[in-house]
Design a protein around this ligand. Structure first.
Ligand SMILES: [Zn+2]
Length: 77
């Protein structure tokens, strides 16, 4: 009788552990890297697609533009 309770508790704890661990490990870091790799912007100067997280951001006319490098940002302004 006691063994059954221990097994049920163990299964519940294991289920919680398995559910919580990948979410906790993958959630914050995975989400951040996913956002960084999926948010792509096109460089208006050379046409290259650059990740927004790594892009050079300029607002030459109030509109946000993303450049692959400082060279392209300077060439556009
Ligand atoms: Zn460029």
């Amino acid at each position: 009788m006691r063994a059954i309770i221990i097994i049920i508790v163990a299964i519940l704890a294991l289920g919680y552990f398995l559910r919580a661990r990948p979410g906790g490990a993958r959630g914050p870091s995975g989400k951040m890297s996913a956002d960084g790799s999926h948010d792509m912007a096109q460089d208006p100067v050379c046409g290259k697609f650059v990740p927004v997280a790594e892009a050079v951001v300029r607002r030459p006319d109030g509109q946000v533009r993303y450049y692959c490098s400082d060279d392209c940002a300077l060439r556009d302004s």
